[in-house]
Design a protein around this ligand. Structure first.
Ligand SMILES: Cc1ncc(COP(=O)(O)O)c(C=O)c1O
Length: 454
């Protein structure tokens, strides 16, 4: 169903009155912009009536796909009941309490307490702030430094962009108090013949060296996505997290799991932390929690920090933190219904099953002349365009250019993938069906051939 463009629609070369992220600012012309008009299931449609398979659930968000009527009805009901209420000053809404209880039961953090935000950035930013409050309350205010990893993404605020592992210089970042270590990239960065265990030990030694170069007891936490999608979806060797967490534990540094993408079934378990056998001190979540139908994020705060927050707020008279739209009742209703549907319809198990099909489908391209590595785990996969030669050495330096060609060709074939870290990432809505997975794989095959011929 093609919806006519609303009139007046910008002329093709007209600059749009808005900035759009992750592109050149001057590309904001109507010609260079696709206007998405509506969606159904895993499909979205632009204003020219073209259909696209949203094979990244639009930045890994729309877990239930588009136009889930049951979810829309739950949101509409909440709008009629209590469309807004702020959580602060001894007041909150019943529905946000219900969601907190649900998240405590589900979260990968034992005995958690929940603080809400509106976005993934807010969740990470607020947690950094809470870690500092906790450190002050415990009488060690110097423990304020946070470690992130190159290539990881944690948000767009000043603190979370500082924690993010890239794009610092152009914004005059990072702020003081943020350090970065290597992203696990076994395919790209291993020495010829290096085992996963040796590679992981090398990264753990780098972390150890970074900690040793900092003042004693000055590092509060290390934030990790269990698997970083922004870095190109490169699940680390099995030895990586055990090696990293041993170093953190030895120095009393907490591990924070950024589950903003990996949460709510994406990796074939409820949490990426489960898939990677992590026991994080705290975890942040967003995106799939509401399937994107309302902006809502949450922090699962571990018991230790919660105790420090309680003690600190006694001392200071308050926890001087709130956010107007945090714990929004409509967001809470959206999350409760999303989580109910995921549980009731077995979508976590479904994601694991369909993910196997996706992995098998993509592994068929492992020998394609452009493809260097195929990775799949849960309902997510990536094709890496860095190839290795017979001596296990990197064989080409045009992986980014190949990626651009494949990504563009795939979009022409009506599939939205995501270029990231030399790799094309695929992670469709959790509701995707087997024939749709097959169709995504078929079109990826065509796009690879298009890019090879280009
Ligand atoms: C792992 C991760 N953390 C945090 C964020 C920030 O979330 P938001 O864009 O909702 O602020 C993102 C966004 O893509 C993300 O991928």
């Amino acid at each position: 169903m093609a919806t006519p463009k609303p009139a007046p629609f910008p002329a093709e070369d007209e600059r749009l009155p808005l900035l759009i992220g992750f592109q050149r600012v001057a590309e904001n012309t109507a010609r260079q912009t696709r206007f998405i008009d509506h969606g159904r299931g895993i499909y979205v449609y632009d204003t020219d009536g073209r259909e696209y398979i949203e094979a990244t659930a639009s930045f890994y968000v729309a877990a239930l796909g588009y136009q889930n009527e049951e979810l829309i009805d739950a949101i509409a009901r909440q709008y009629r009941e209590l469309p807004f209420f702020v959580s602060a000053l001894n007041r909150t809404s019943r529905v946000s309490l219900e969601l907190a209880e649900k998240l405590v039961a589900l979260a990968p953090v034992k005995d958690a307490h929940i603080l809400f935000g509106a976005t993934g950035s807010e969740a990470n930013d607020f947690l950094i702030k809470l870690l500092r409050f906790g450190a002050v309350a415990r009488g060690e205010p110097a423990r304020a430094t946070i470690i992130g990893r190159h290539g990881s993404y944690h948000g767009g605020t000043l603190a979370t962009a500082s924690l993010t592992g890239g794009h610092h210089e152009e914004f005059g970042l990072p702020l003081a108090g943020f350090r970065h270590v290597a992203q696990p990239d076994y395919h790209g960065e291993r020495r010829p013949g290096e085992s996963g265990a040796d590679y992981s030990a090398r990264l753990a030694a780098e972390l150890e060296a970074l900690i040793a170069a900092e003042p004693p007891a000055s590092i509060a936490a290390m934030f990790c996505e269990p698997i970083s999608f922004s870095a190109g979806f490169k699940p680390p060797p099995a030895e990586y997290f055990p090696a990293i967490t041993a170093v953190l534990d030895a120095h009393g540094i907490e591990l924070v799991a950024d589950e903003v993408i990996t949460g709510c079934g994406r990796t074939g378990r409820w949490w990426g932390s489960e898939t990677m056998a992590l026991r994080p001190a705290h975890a942040t979540m967003a995106k799939g929690v509401t399937s994107g139908y309302f902006p809502l994020s949450a922090i699962a705060i571990g018991a230790d920090l919660y105790g420090a927050l309680e003690a600190g707020s006694e001392r200071f008279g308050t926890l001087a933190h709130a956010a107007t739209y945090a714990a929004h009742p409509v967001g809470a209703a959206a999350a409760l219904k999303t989580l109910e549907i995921i549980e009731r319809d077995g979508l976590v198990e479904h994601a694991a099953r369909l993910g196997e099909r996706l992995g098998n489908g993509l592994r068929a391209f492992a020998d394609h002349p452009l493809v260097g590595d195929v990775r799949a785990l849960g309902l997510a996969a990536s094709l890496d365009f860095l190839r290795r030669d017979g001596d296990d050495r990197p064989a080409n330096d045009d992986a980014d250019a190949v990626l651009e060609r494949v990504y563009g060709a795939l979009l022409e074939r009506g599939v939205v993938g995501r270029p990231a870290g030399r790799s094309l990432v695929i992670a469709p809505p959790l509701i995707v069906q087997a024939d749709e997975i097959d169709e995504i794989c078929r079109r990826i095959g065509l796009a690879l051939d298009d890019a090879l011929a280009a």
